[in-house]
Design a protein around this ligand. Structure first.
Ligand code: NAD
Ligand code: DGY
Length: 323
């Protein structure tokens, strides 16, 4: 049986599929696939392993013969899951194995932003390292401050643990429902969304992108935050409104921001956020460690192998497909 893979993936996952007797065809070009290329490459395949490729209704309807689709990500906001379920196609993702690496990225952005690290690094390259000025380029300390987590799930909990252990930060969070197990692990306290905005010194976003979370951090939200607070988003760029974030920083409604995700991606290289001292931006590298990407490829391969054997896939996004 044949699997089409929309990017070259780590050897660990590819090997697992080859050992299971599958023919693996990877898209090796250094550019994304067009919709037409995606459809034509998938036509003679039994499964698709998708690395960040948008899978919309048109693609799924043209590829209804697929026995399984495995995503090389935990997020599945770029897939029309409803259509896949209606067509009987199981969709798999890679939860858990990337939580540590992604939380590390949020922690890195928080610390880098609080000390203007990216901006100061650029100032050396520009030849601006002058005399020692005790009043210039000052950051904000994190010790004992309040961390607000929007979405205390797997990644949010890892971030909360890091912040509590490293800086003794108190953790508050907002989920639709309380996460009592996580509350115990980091002594977290549930608060309303408005209280999260009003009380957080650092507010870090870790929800999926859904119709409820899209655009949640807009002008109205930023104006409720503390003037010396830092906003971190490693979840999805569409959860914040980038124009409103820029204005909130320019008008000092908030102090700083750290982003691993932007809207759109890639961010244009002359975006004004990239020149602000209190802003740190990374190009969506949350899960980008050798260990994590290898583990993600293995989970995706396990989903493909199980799906092609006609078994229930181990990491399923749409369990309704089996009912
Ligand atoms: N930057 C990256 O490279 C990267 C890497 C991995 C994941 N992500 C993103 O992070 C997201 C979270 O991943 P996870 O594994 O922690 O997921 P998770 O399901 O374990 O956690 C998400 C949490 O958000 C909560 N939540 C959902 N909707 C909510 C709402 N409307 N209001 C408040 N809380 C809500 C859920 O209850 C859950 O606790 C993914 O969906 C993905 O978009 C980004
Ligand atoms: O959702 C994820 O796993 C990351 O954002 C990679 O796409």
């Amino acid at each position: 049986m044949k699997v089409f893979v929309t990017r070259v993936i780590p050897a660990e996952g590819r090997q697992l599929m080859i050992e299971a007797g599958l023919e693996v065809r990877e898209w090796k070009e250094k550019r994304g696939l067009s919709q037409k290329e995606l459809i034509s490459n998938t036509q003679d395949c039994h499964a698709l392993l998708s690395v960040g490729t948008r899978l919309d209704k048109e693609f799924l309807q043209a590829s209804a013969h697929l026995k399984v689709i495995a995503l090389h990500s935990v997020g599945y906001d770029n897939v029309d899951v409803k259509t896949a379920t209606a067509l009987g196609i199981p969709i798999g993702n890679t939860p858990g194995v990337l939580s540590g690496a992604t939380a590390d990225t949020a922690f890195l952005l928080m610390l880098a932003t609080s000390r203007k690290a990216f901006y100061m690094h650029k100032s050396i390259i520009k030849g601006e390292w002058g005399f020692f000025d005790p009043t210039a380029d000052l950051g904000i300390e994190l010790r004992g401050k309040t961390l607000g987590v929007f979405g205390l799930g797997k990644i949010g909990l890892e971030m909360a643990k890091c912040c509590a252990a490293a800086f003794g930060m108190q953790v508050i969070y907002h989920n639709r429902r309380k996460n009592e197990a996580a509350e115990k692990e980091v002594s977290a306290r549930w608060v309303s969304f408005d209280e999260l905005l009003e009380q957080s010194d650092v507010l870090t976003v870790h929800t999926a992108l859904t119709s409820e979370t899209r655009g949640k951090f807009d002008w109205s939200a930023f104006t409720k935050m503390k003037p010396r607070s830092i906003f971190i988003n490693t979840a999805r760029g569409e959860i914040h409104n980038e124009g409103d974030l820029l204005r909130a920083l320019e008008e000092k409604q908030i102090w700083g921001a750290g982003l691993d995700v932007t809207n759109p991606e890639p961010m244009r290289s002359d975006h004004p956020l990239l020149n602000m001292p209190n802003v740190s931006v990374l190009p969506h590298i949350g899960s980008a460690t050798e260990e994590t990407r290898a583990a993600m490829s293995v989970l995706a391969a396990k989903n493909i192998i199980a799906g092609l054997k006609g078994e229930q896939i181990p990491f399923i996004v749409n369990p309704g497909v089996y009912k």
